[in-house]
Design a protein around this ligand. Structure first.
Ligand SMILES: [Zn+2]
Length: 394
């Protein structure tokens, strides 16, 4: 074996140990071997190197022991060893988040800004100055900043760092990584928000052994993220898993993307509220963004037995089920996880989802995948972009 090969293997093993500690830490040394399937000798060599560099530290096991023996020594990542900056760009809002080495968001700031009023240069200037202003409040952490990550709703080319199209901007094909890379002299990643959420779920201990699954985000739009072989799948052109704009019916209702009959045009909040308003007496709303209160009220109407509301959620479930059937047939995943604010109505869509899947596929192709909902929380995009940025720490 060439020297470079052994170095590569050692570097990969080091990353495996860091990742295992980020998901499961603090743990005993012996557990690291079990999780990573590395030999005790390799674990000992790499953990002592990491300890010497201050990347990991020993912590006392706080769980009570029954025996009289000494408390077990556990090891964990030293959260203060390195930091990343996450930026979430959405319509008229920039959220800045400081993440530590364990992936915790330890500080955040929300800036209101007219995101749609910018051109490429002024948008990048604003992002750089906001990021610099935010980091100036954390001078010690700024010295240990490893990388930045930006999350945005819409189509992105992750390889080029370009936003191809986003509802948060009024222009297409905008690079958002080069100016920040130059200003901070570190790598900057761009990711679609649904991909960030898929990655955040992938980093949960419950999903540690799940290497092939799809995440569907429903709510203000419909997005998707694919974890294939334990990695986020971006595709050759960097914009994979645009699930919301795959079709349910090419002559169906209007979608925000400009085409008709996309799954999003049945399932997104704006689509459900628009179609409900056509047949029910509902309060007027922002056409593209019905409020959480309005969507909860519509969901409750269905739950209380309103026939028109129930029919709409069932139809939305069916469109989602058709899309899920395509994922099952194409990828044979272990799970399909539905999350996002739209899971508030998962119970109202569930029968439609199953009907859509069963209408689409023979049982042999449906297979044994779990179709599950995952509780939604606002900070999942932030956690995902922080986790993606931390891939640069090696
Ligand atoms: Zn569409």
């Amino acid at each position: 074996m060439k020297k470079s090969d052994t170095e590569q293997i050692r570097a990969a093993n080091r990353v495996d140990i860091i990742n295992a500690l980020r998901v499961f830490g603090p743990v005993a040394r012996v557990d690291i071997g079990r999780i990573t399937r590395l030999s005790p000798a390799t674990v000992t060599a790499i953990t002592s190197e990491l300890a010497n560099q201050g990347v990991i530290a020993e912590v006392k096991d706080s769980t009570p022991t029954t025996g009289r023996g000494r408390p077990r020594v556990l090891i964990d990542l030293n959260p203060n060893h390195a930091y990343v900056l996450g930026i979430k760009l959405s319509i008229n809002e920039i959220r800045l988040m400081l993440g530590d080495l364990k992936g915790n968001i330890i500080a955040e700031s929300v800036v209101t800004a007219k995101t749609q009023a910018h051109n490429q240069d002024s948008l990048n200037e604003m992002l750089v100055s906001q990021a610099q202003h935010f980091m100036a409040g954390y001078p010690e952490q700024a010295k240990r900043l490893v990388s930045l990550g930006i999350a945005i709703q819409g189509f992105v080319d992750v390889h080029a760092g370009d936003v191809v199209w986003s509802p948060a901007l009024n222009m297409r094909h905008v690079n958002l990584t080069l100016a920040l890379e130059a200003a901070f002299n570190c790598p900057v990643d761009l990711a679609n928000d649904a991909n960030c959420i898929a990655y955040a779920i992938h980093k949960q201990p419950d999903f540690a052994n799940c290497r092939d699954f799809a995440v569907l985000m429903i709510g203000y739009g419909v997005g998707g993220g694919l974890i294939v072989g334990g990695e986020l799948y971006s595709g050759h052109f960097g914009a994979a898993a645009e699930f919301g704009h795959t079709k349910f019916s090419h002559e169906g209702p209007q979608c925000a993307c400009g085409r008709r009959g996309c799954i999003e045009a049945y399932v997104a909040d704006y689509a459900l509220y628009r179609d409900a308003s056509a047949v029910m007496d509902l309060p007027a709303t922002d056409r593209r963004h019905p409020s959480e209160k309005q969507m909860s009220r519509l969901t409750q109407l269905a739950r209380d037995g309103d026939v028109a509301a129930s029919r709409l959620f069932h139809q939305a479930g069916k469109a989602l089920g058709f899309g899920i059937a395509n994922i099952l047939a194409l990828l044979s995943p272990q799970k399909v996880v539905v999350t996002g604010p739209g899971v508030r109505a998962f119970d109202q869509m569930q029968a439609g989802i199953l009907e859509g899947i069963e209408d689409s596929l023979i049982p042999e192709l449906i297979g044994r995948a779990d179709i599950i909902q995952y509780p939604w929380s606002q900070d999942m995009t932030g956690k995902g972009i922080i986790a993606l940025a931390l891939k640069h720490f090696r």
